[in-house]
Design a protein around this ligand. Sequence first.
Ligand SMILES: Nc1ncnc2c1ncn2[C@@H]1O[C@H](COP(=O)(O)OP(=O)(O)OP(=O)(O)O)[C@@H](O)[C@H]1O
Ligand SMILES: Nc1ncnc2c1ncn2[C@@H]1O[C@H](COP(=O)(O)OP(=O)(O)OP(=O)(O)O)[C@@H](O)[C@H]1O
Ligand SMILES: [Mg+2]
Ligand SMILES: [Mg+2]
Lengths: 464, 464
Amino acid sequence: KETFSEISPSDFFYRNRDLAGFTNPARALYSTVRELVENSLDACELESILPEVYVRITAYDPLEEAEPKKYVIRVQDNGPGVEPERLPEAFGKVLYGSKYKLRQSRGMFGLGGTMAILYGQITSNKPVTIETSVDGVKRYYYKLMIDIEKNKPIIVEKKVGEGNGLRGTVVELVMEGDYFRSSTKIQEYFKQTALVVPYANITFIEPSGKIFYFLRTTTEMPPPPKETLPHPHGIDVEFMRRTIRQSSDESLAKFLSKRFHRVGLKTAIKFLQYAGIDPNRSPKSLSDEEIVNMVSAMHRYEEFLPPDAGCLSPLGENILAAGIVKELAPEFFTIVTRPPSAYSGYPFIVEVALAYGGKILENGIKLYRFANRIPLLYDEASDVSWKVIHEEIDWKRYRIPQDAPIAVIVNISSTRIPYKTVGKEYIADRPEIERELKNALRETLRKLSAYLSRRSSEEHEKKK
Amino acid sequence: KETFSEISPSDFFYRNRDLAGFTNPARALYSTVRELVENSLDACELESILPEVYVRITAYDPLEEAEPKKYVIRVQDNGPGVEPERLPEAFGKVLYGSKYKLRQSRGMFGLGGTMAILYGQITSNKPVTIETSVDGVKRYYYKLMIDIEKNKPIIVEKKVGEGNGLRGTVVELVMEGDYFRSSTKIQEYFKQTALVVPYANITFIEPSGKIFYFLRTTTEMPPPPKETLPHPHGIDVEFMRRTIRQSSDESLAKFLSKRFHRVGLKTAIKFLQYAGIDPNRSPKSLSDEEIVNMVSAMHRYEEFLPPDAGCLSPLGENILAAGIVKELAPEFFTIVTRPPSAYSGYPFIVEVALAYGGKILENGIKLYRFANRIPLLYDEASDVSWKVIHEEIDWKRYRIPQDAPIAVIVNISSTRIPYKTVGKEYIADRPEIERELKNALRETLRKLSAYLSRRSSEEHEKKK
Ligand SMILES: Nc1ncnc2c1ncn2[C@@H]1O[C@H](COP(=O)(O)OP(=O)(O)OP(=O)(O)O)[C@@H](O)[C@H]1O
Ligand SMILES: Nc1ncnc2c1ncn2[C@@H]1O[C@H](COP(=O)(O)OP(=O)(O)OP(=O)(O)O)[C@@H](O)[C@H]1O
Ligand SMILES: [Mg+2]
Ligand SMILES: [Mg+2]
């Protein structure tokens, strides 16, 4: 007779940690660094704090030579800190966090930081040490482990001390890693992050003791991301039923105008008339059948204003140009920012830059991918950007030689990035995103094509 | 001030259903069919029941033309049924199932069937109907919905009726799908499944009413999969602590020999001596430090017998040959079965077949991938098999022309397939699996190369 069991989400991601990017010691070291750094940058940007992020990887036993081996990973920031009552669950519980909102941020799943701690625990059996202060007055010190079977934190130790005016968070854990095999990717991660977060000071100390400084080149920060309401085109029956259950609006017209993005009272009434529903009815009075009909009418209704991308925070041309000049020093580059669009009701903005020649020496197309300012360094061949570059664009049409030294930089900003994996490795080929990438890339290619023909006719002139 | 929240695993996979392969109506229809069919085949094979699987997709509203639209999906099997007390949670709860074991099966995550039901519910707002009988005497009828926020089933209706001698399970749900866009993949899924499960009768009725029969070509079934113990090389500190906690063995020697794969009392004692631990100590008396040292000694210890693949159920040459002849009718084919191997302590067997010419008309390499008898039809370029074929093998060495019409068929059998996604789309490039695939493919290429040169010299002879 078959025996059944239930497992907790932490047990699920423990057993299937490759799904979250913790495949082997080298990859786990990379994922640990990125998950903790992304948490720090999200926290600072939310409060418009110029980020100071310090990352140190040290061999746990300096005499141990062979990889993989134990490392101490320390990530420190000057962010707003974590509320002490929330801290144990924020770090010790999977599917718990502050990013389950319609707001642009790097984090979205509620498990990245926790997975790093979990991996550290199962490979070193040591608790994680977390320090935090939200006001610089009191500083909290936690030693935590995770009860993986029950998905809850175990507070091994908790202390309170003087804040000394320092706000922010420190996470320090011990894990089995392989720096020899992941150093290139980790250093590339910092380099690319510094490109798109030029207002951050990032310090990275590697096991050899060598220090990499990524100093800020500007003090101008993007406006903090704004939480937005769901758009009618993105909702389904489950979401509608939940929203009705949680609301106490007396009329459907009021309910729609309060709960949905860019739906005013007028629009709500017009839509309800279109859907054949009395705008004065109470939302809770709708039958299941009526909810289904209303939702499918919402999807068909064309008079809703499209999602407003004002809540989004794209890189902007200045940041992209500065990064391209600094890192690539090309002979030519062009940046295209597409107008805001949406997929499944989620607003997004695509920015594509194309750089050519100069210090770009490698022949062929090098692709740099960013999503909400996260550099994506794995699985590029599965990414929607790669698909557009290699399958949807006819490069010959623009008379660009096959071996031209080219860099394509893509950034997608959205309230929800459609990653195909829990490890945030690459982005799904949603048709709307594909279309915007294609249009952006074509525009950059037209500009490069014009530049190349101008340059070749100028050279022609010179020769005469 | 940041607000935190926790979400249940069903809420997580509802919000991120693309992770599980429910990206859009066409893809969701495919995933629904595959998840339910895989559940039926797993159930039948476990009890050595010759599978009779019946799948019907019907338009919910026959007058509705435009896709996407609502479909009724019905999947019926003659399997062992589901224990009625377990049924609501088996289908109405994510991360609940009977496959959290070290045993070869298609299912492994405890969420496939539940995701299909969830997707049906959020797109149609209709409950799923499930009928089951474990003995042919009593037949249970359930109408279920899922409380997605709480991750638990809602029993809308429950009836008991006469069994009429019929054992098995029927799942019927309504969902928004797009048969026009997924028909090719769905039909291919059945065709390839029939190849590797030739002892099954599969009937598929598509919306037009057309019936596809995949009749069994043999009544010989593979032996049912056997549950196996974990191998010392695959365990970590968390697993060891859990196993110690759940055991009541008085001595470490007894504990290791009872709980681990192919570890007898002698081996256990020898290993404990190597690790410097008294074999008579009680497992529960070990300190955390000692557990860590024992686990890392286990990983280093070379005297453990390798995992025994006797619990695995590879396709075997007969089934592969029959399928290749029937579906590809090639001029030449060869099958290589690698000896059992292991990754992270999980035993696996790789089978690779190479077919050439004959009715294979398309130039280039067509790849057919199977894992535990599941056809994998998506994301082939990200799969380890693709990587081996295109990056690890020098085809010119075997003097095989670039445009030769070739099919490569890969099947991997294991107690745990290292999928990279929750939607089971493709397999991670674990070094051990990569190595076995490479060796198998090289062997098939040597045979094809020999055949081609033999054939060309025979033709040469004829011309003279
Ligand atoms: N350095 C930090 N400063 C402030 N808050 C933090 C910091 N690190 C983590 N947090 C809080 O802990 C929560 C959980 O973090 P975790 O990385 O596990 O999930 P997430 O960032 O929400 O999502 P994701 O899995 O996509 O990373 C975050 O939502 C955030 O509120
Ligand atoms: N047709 C069936 N006959 C018998 N048991 C079934 C059937 N379908 C589902 N089950 C039971 O319900 C459980 C849950 O199924 P579900 O598909 O959600 O998860 P799974 O098959 O265990 O894992 P996966 O997510 O990888 O498919 C199974 O483990 C199995 O015990
Ligand atoms: Mg995070
Ligand atoms: Mg299943």
